[in-house]
Design a protein around this ligand. Structure first.
Ligand code: SIN
Length: 482
């Protein structure tokens, strides 16, 4: 059971700490030990429909607040999240498994989105356009889109919610949130703090339950005017279809297959640091994780050797234990995917240079793994592994590297390591990705636009652009003739 000292943050009607008599609740497990932490309500279709109506009523009043009032409420929330950073991180690590240091970082990142959009709330500005007619005035207003919904993933149970709800509330929308079944507690803790911050009831409603049932009801609702989803491309396609009849506005942050390209002229230590940060953050379970590491022939041996050395220093275990850098994978399916990618690569000639095995049959820890002699013919070149596997490919020329990097239906994040500023521009511009890290493996922050192209999604989150997805443009034409 989750430590009693966190009960105040989880003091929500949907949560119990004793197994309920009926089976209308989902058990939330400790990611490292498998023990039950708590139970959350399963929202039925009727409960979701009722919540949508409550959200609609709340939004009707919320949109009338001034932008300064909304900004102040978001700032209160931001302060409370920071004040509770340690407890929120403990809850996050318990349900998700990432090391505490990463969980603390994620709570800091969640808070930063709320602060950023509190600031942006006051910068939603319309326009007055020059008219070709002397008696006309042409005005552009930006108005909240209305009731919105978010379906959020288990890999960042707090930050992905904050990145979606902060611009929604800043714009004057309400939001219904369906957190991942494995990690709903962080969502509820954020909602408890939102209430303490003074945000009006029902502008944020957390809806735990079966992803398919809750998601479908949100997608098919005519009241919900926008859906924001972070998750796989496969599920994104289904949600897009379900939203089509009501022509909902969509933000989709979907799968990636991120290439890292290390050129002969790279600073090798900088490249190794970038590969390690990008690949092994959250045990390789991020959409922007390095999925393919392309290393130019002249530095292949040196970079591979250093990556293997660094991987051998990583420590796998319970994220609450000091020094642990790699938590568990989310489930058996995740383990099976990593194993399948290793097996396929090895059967075609790749060599395991570090790790390669699950840690034990009765848990979901997997050894951080390095494969060398990987080629484009292997599954790791085409599919997102979403686990702690670094496949090292060799290339000869810049054109070959760019071709291989772009040879995918995905287009979320890419990384390059080179000292040449001409090459930084040339390759940065040639890569078909929404985000490019140059001499760095960490690119996420609240100030920059996060999102992908091709089948990696639609829209941008964070940044000055993120709030636009929660606004409608209204044009008013005023005729002055009397
Ligand atoms: C992800 O969406 O998986 C990555 C999130 C981040 O890097 O902030």
């Amino acid at each position: 059971m989750i430590n009693q000292k966190y009960h105040a943050l989880l003091n929500h009607a949907d949560i119990t700490f004793e197994a309920p008599a009926s089976n209308a609740a989902i058990q939330v497990n400790d990611a490292a030990t498998g023990d039950a932490l708590a139970w959350v309500k399963t929202h039925t279709q009727a409960a979701v429909e009722a919540a949508i109506l409550r959200s609609q009523q709340a939004q009707a009043a919320f949109k009338k607040l001034t932008t300064l009032q909304r900004a102040d409420l978001l700032m209160n929330w931001y302060q409370l999240i920071l004040k509770n950073q340690e407890d929120l991180a403990q809850i996050l690590t318990a349900e998700q498994g990432k090391p505490l240091a990463e969980a603390r970082g994620e709570i800091g990142s969640a808070a930063s989105f709320i602060r950023w959009f509190a600031e942006q709330a006051r910068r939603v500005e319309g326009d007055i356009l020059p008219s070709a007619q002397a008696q006309q005035r042409l005005l552009v207003l930006k108005q909240p889109i209305g009731v919105t919904a978010a379906i959020t993933p288990w890999n960042f149970p707090a930050a992905m919610i904050a990145r979606k709800i902060a611009p929604a509330l800043a714009a004057g929308c309400s939001m219904l949130i369906k957190p991942a079944e494995q990690t709903p507690l962080s969502a509820y803790a954020l909602e408890v703090l939102a209430t303490q911050a003074g945000l009006p009831a029902d502008v944020m409603i957390t809806l735990s339950g079966d992803a398919v049932a809750v998601g479908k009801t949100l997608c098919e609702s005519d009241v919900v005017r926008k859906l924001s989803f972070t998750g796989s491309t496969e599920v994104g396609r289904i949600l897009m279809q379900q939203c089509a009849p009501t022509i909902k506005k969509l933000s989709l942050e979907l799968g990636g297959n991120a290439p890292v390209i290390v050129f002969d002229d790279a600073n090798i230590e900088q490249a190794v640091k970038g590969i390690m940060a990008s690949k092994f953050r959250n045990s390789g379970q991020t959409c922007v994780c390095a999925n393919r590491v392309y290393i130019q022939a002249g530095v292949y041996a040196a970079v591979s050797q250093r990556v293997i050395e660094e991987v051998n220093k990583l420590k796998t275990g319970d994220g609450r234990v000091d020094g642990v850098t790699q938590g568990p994978l989310i489930d058996e399916e995740a383990i099976a995917k990593v194993q399948a990618h290793i097996q396929d690569a090895v059967s075609q000639g790749a060599k395991v240079q570090a790790g390669g095995q699950r840690v034990a049959a009765d848990n979901t820890f997997f050894e951080p793994t390095v494969l060398t002699d990987v080629t484009q013919a292997m599954r790791v070149a085409r599919e997102e592994t979403f686990g702690p596997l670094a496949p090292l490919f060799r290339f000869e020329t810049e054109d070959e590297a760019v071709f291989m990097a772009n040879d995918t239906e995905f287009g979320l994040a890419a990384y390059i390591f080179t000292q040449s500023s001409a090459r930084q521009w040339r390759v940065g511009e040639a890569l078909e990705y929404g985000m490019v890290g140059i001499n760095t493996g960490l690119i996420s922050n609240e100030v920059s636009p996060f999102g992908g192209i091709k089948q990696s999604g639609l829209g941008r989150e964070g940044s000055q652009y993120g709030i636009e997805d929660y606004l409608e443009i209204k044009y008013m034409c005023l005729d002055l003739s009397e």
